[in-house]
Every structure is written in C-alpha cells, then in structure tokens.
Design a protein. Structure first.
Length: 223
C-alpha cells in the first residue's frame, strides 16, 4: 500500500466575498489593504468568523471544558479516512440515522476519520440549501462515538439540523473529543466508498472554538 500524493485532491472551498455561510454567522470580507502599485506590496485585509468555509470544530465550540483547536494534537489532523456516500438519503434536508451507517459498520475502524458525502454540497451556492441540508441525528452520532472514530467530516455547512432546539450532534461528537470538519466540497464524491489519506490543517487560533482549514484527500493505492 502507498499513498498517491501526486493525485491529491483539494476538498476545501475558496474563501471569497459573497461565499455561502451558515445563516447568522459573520459575513466574511476580503479587500486589498495595500497594492503593488501604491505600496509596493499586495496585502489583503480579512474579516471572517472562525467557522467560515471549510473549517474544523474543536470540542470547546460546545463543551465548556473542551479543548480548543490549537490544543488538538497535530497528529490527529491526518490519517486514514473512510468516505461514505449517503447522497441516497432523500430528500436533501433529511436526518442521517444510525441505520444509514450500519451497512458500513464493518469498514469503520477504531480511530478512523469518517467523511460523509450527503450530496448537499452539490447545491453549494444555492441560498435555499443553506437552511435545508442533510444533517446528523443524535442517534447517528452515538453510533459513531461507539465506533470510537477520531473525527467526522460532512460536505455542507453543519452536522446539525438547521436551528435545532438542542445541538445534539455537536455535543455528542465533541463531548467524546471527536472533532468535526464541516463544509467539505463536493470533490469528496469521487472517493465514495474508498479509504483515503486525509489531511485537514486548521489555522492555529489560540483558544479557538474552530478555524478555517485546508482539507486534502490523497488516494491510497493497493500494491
């Protein structure tokens, strides 16, 4: 077995003005603070929330004594991941339950990173989907916690049902120190059913509840 680094695929969204954000989050802004013409250097002023674009949620996001993003061991940010295709869960906006994952139970290993392609990412940029995307139920998160996975990633703005009365998905995963990667791009789809090497490096934000991240998929080649 080897990793095909030359075939690495970026699973991250570009940060840009007007990009999709979770409704109510700070609107990101990117503007030139200096230019080559006027200042001899290009420099961008950035204003954004810690959960803008492809990002990592740290336990402190919802757990009072949870660890922040800068204290998650760096070795946890890369490892083998299983990509599960749940785009057949219809309609978009439905909740994923444990029974949806049970067919893949034998493939989910202890300490795996589990990446879920729901198909919601195919609607990235469609405003109506920002509040109606496929999410994880508490039942599903309990199942993943029992499997002792390391992290869970999803291909849209949140693992949580929009405006849920109680953030059960976040609390269930983060209370078990299972960190979360949200807003992966639909490039994840091409790895459906596969194991990959996954690298996700969040900005080292001091005491950060989360941070924008660069997420990369590297194919595994069996030899």
């Amino acid at each position: 077995m080897r990793y095909a680094f030359e075939k690495a695929v970026d699973l991250s969204h570009e940060l840009a003005n007007g990009m999709p954000i979770y409704p109510g989050d700070p609107a990101p802004s990117f503007e030139r603070a200096a230019t080559l013409e006027k200042n001899g250097v290009n420099l961008t002023r950035m204003t954004l929330g810690s959960h803008t674009g492809t990002h990592t949620d740290a336990p402190i996001h919802f757990i009072e004594d949870g660890i922040p993003v800068d204290r998650i061991p760096v070795s946890d940010f890369f490892g083998e991941a299983l990509v599960i295709d749940l785009s057949g869960k219809k309609p978009i906006g439905s909740g994923i339950v444990a029974a949806d994952l049970e067919p893949y139970g034998g493939a989910i290993k202890n300490d795996d990173i589990v990446l879920l392609y729901t198909g919601s990412s195919d609607q990235w940029g469609n405003p109506s989907t920002n509040s109606n995307y496929t999410y994880l139920t508490g039942d599903c998160c309990e199942y993943l916690a029992r499997k002792k996975v390391r992290a869970v990633g999803i291909d849209f703005l949140s693992v949580e049902q929009f405006k849920a009365k109680e953030p059960v998905a976040h609390k269930m995963l983060l209370s078990h120190n299972i960190f979360i990667i949200e807003s992966l791009s639909n490039a994840l789809r091409q790895f459906s059913g596969q194991r990959i090497l996954f690298v996700c490096l969040p900005i080292k934000l001091q005491n950060g509840d989360g941070a924008p991240s660069r997420a990369i998929a590297i194919p595994i080649v069996e030899e």
